[in-house]
Structures are given as C-alpha cells and as structure tokens.
Design a protein around this ligand. Sequence first.
Ligand code: FES
Length: 164
Amino acid sequence: MVQFSDEQLKKVQEIVERYPDGKQKSALIPVLHLAQETFGGWLSAESLDYVASLLKIEPIEVYEVATFYSMYNLKPVGRYVFEVCQTGPCMVKGSDDIVDHIKTTLGIGVNETTADGLFTLKTVECLGACGYAPMMQLGKHFREHLTKEKVDGIVAELRAKAGN
Ligand code: FES
C-alpha cells in the first residue's frame, strides 16, 4: 500500500495551502512529483488514486494530468532516465543521432529499460534549453550540447557510480 510519511503529508498540506480554498487541485503537479520520488520513480494506478484521495479530487483528474506530461512515468523505470529532447531545434542539431546512439549503446528502444535496471530511454518535447541543443534531462539536471562521445562518457560515469 502506498502511503506518504507524516512529514510528507505535512509537505502536501503546505503545498495545498498555497492555493485558495477549494482549489486544491492546483497542488496536483508538485504532489505527483513527490509521489513519483517517493514510490520508486514511477506512478502506479494505486499511487494516482492515493494522490486523488489526498487532494479530494476525482481519480480521472489525476490520470488526465499524469498521462499528459512526459515527466511522469507510468511504468517502472531504470535508476537513470535519459529524457532526450526531440523537438525542432534539438532535432536540427542531431537529436535523432543521439537517440540512435543511446539505443545502440544500451541495447534498448525508446520507453525501454536495460535488463540491469540502470537505464531507461525516453524522448520528450522541448525542455526549454534549445540554445544548448541537442540536450537531455537526466534526473534533476540537463546534459547539454550532446555528442556521441559525451553520451558514452555519461553512460560510463553512471555505470561506475552504480558499481557496474
Ligand atoms: S528543442 Fe530541445 S530544448 Fe528546446
């Protein structure tokens, strides 16, 4: 059963109180982030229903948001998620080649996770860092001006960090 800690429930309350009475749905995005961080990096149906019950809104209202934004994972993901931008400016600067290189290097397709559970590859829309194209989000950070060599370095760095 998914359940926030008392401290996290306090945090949810703080977020809800940022908005006028009856507008607790406005807290949905940050609360979904908290749920994703807390419940293993992804949002199960149980987690989505839990968030709906906390915010006293209909589950469908949570599903609509969670399925719209690529930042929410609706199935289990690896420890490291490569979210490669594929919108125009990044595409012009070679994001297709970067995605292909990641696929070949890791032996996975888009929305797949390596067998060791380390890496997931996703493609996403513009992340607002077009001036640094091609780029991807990795956790809370951006990796910019990507090249195949840079990707190799990132993969090696993360494998070393994970002890693989
Ligand atoms: S197009 Fe890739 S960050 Fe904007």
